[in-house]
Design a protein. Structure first.
Length: 337
């Protein structure tokens, strides 16, 4: 048996069950409706088909849900069983009631066929579905076990192949390792011999370099001593030049201070005479005007001190300002005020 056979059996069971249910429902509606109409007031006679429809709807629910639960391998408990048997008994009672009231035993037997067939079909279908579900589960378990066995066999084959491959690799690796170790040992011995030769050469080279380094260090020390001596002499010369420069600057400062002091005394002597009534000689007047300009006196005060006119003094002030600003002044062409 495979999945195709199972689906075919389930399809046949479903189709047969629903054919029986549909036929029983139609037969029940046709049988029960006159009975319900006869026992219903005339104004409500149109409601007679509702009762068989309600009962048959319950039958459909029971059959459908039982099929689903059986396919899932579940069990609804006692209430689905009670509903199943209650709907079956109601359908049977409603179908045979009319014949039983008339004491028609043949009618009772005829009308009991469809309800009994529906009840037995529902129970049998449920049993079949549970059996099919159990068989499907067993088949799935068997198939799962077979798949697991095949997978284990494949895993074992792969592990065996991997083990053989690993052993071959390890053997090849061992041979290669031995070959490498032999080559490494030969290379190491050769390298040791070459290293000994290089070491001797390096020692000789180091001895030569050491002698050269000592000679260079000796020469460097001599050069350093010469450099230090030269720097000492240069520093002494620079200090002497700096001392001479400071002395010269100080001498110049003292001479400049003396000149300024002497000029200040001369200006004070020139300006100490006070205002004059007559014009002084031009050279004297120019000296007084220069002293007044240097002391910051006004043009009128300078004119009073030298006896010359304000215009002439203003011209001399302008010439002195030009001389101070670096502009050359022609004193020979100046006129008397």
């Amino acid at each position: 048996m495979n999945a195709v056979h199972v689906r075919s059996a389930e399809k046949a069971l479903s189709v047969g069950t629903w054919l029986i249910v549909a036929g029983a429902m139609l037969y029940s509606i046709l049988t029960v409706t006159p009975l319900a109409a006869a026992h219903t007031p005339d104004r409500w006679a149109w409601t007679a088909p509702i009762l068989p429809l309600v009962v048959d709807a319950a039958v459909v629910i029971v059959v459908r849900l039982d099929a689903v639960l059986a396919r899932l391998g579940g069990h609804g408990g006692k209430w689905p069983v009670a509903l199943r048997w209650m709907t079956g008994c109601m359908t049977l009672a409603l179908n045979v009631a009319d014949s039983a009231l008339k004491n028609d035993l043949v009618g009772v037997a005829v009308h009991a066929v469809a309800p009994l067939l529906l009840i037995v079909t529902a129970e049998t279908g449920l049993a079949y579905r549970r059996a099919i579900t159990a068989a499907v589960l067993a088949l799935e378990v068997k198939q799962q076990a077979e798949r697991e066995a095949r997978e284990r066999a494949a895993i074992e084959r792969r592990e065996e192949a991997a083990r053989r491959a690993r052993e071959e690799r390890e053997h090849a690796a061992a041979l290669a390792r031995e070959q490498r170790e032999h080559e490494a040992r030969m290379a190491r011995e050769q390298a040791e011999r070459e290293a000994a030769v290089r070491r001797e050469e390096r020692e000789r080279e180091q001895a030569r370099e050491r002698a050269e380094r000592e000679e260079r260090e000796r020469q460097e020390r001599e050069r350093e001593q010469l450099r230090v001596e030269r720097e000492r002499r240069e520093r002494q010369a620079a200090e002497r030049a700096e001392r001479e420069r400071r002395e010269r600057v100080e001498q110049e400062r003292r001479e400049r201070a003396e000149r300024e002091e002497r000029a200040a005394r001369e200006r004070a002597a020139l300006l100490s005479g006070g205002p004059v009534a007559d014009k002084l000689p031009e050279d004297d007047a120019r000296a007084i005007v220069a002293a007044a300009h240097a002391e910051g006196l006004s043009v009128r005060q300078a004119a009073e001190l030298c006896g010359w006119s304000v215009g002439w003094v203003s011209t001399r002030y302008a010439e002195l300002r030009g001389s101070v600003n670096g502009v050359p002044v022609d004193l020979a062409g100046t006129s008397h005020g």
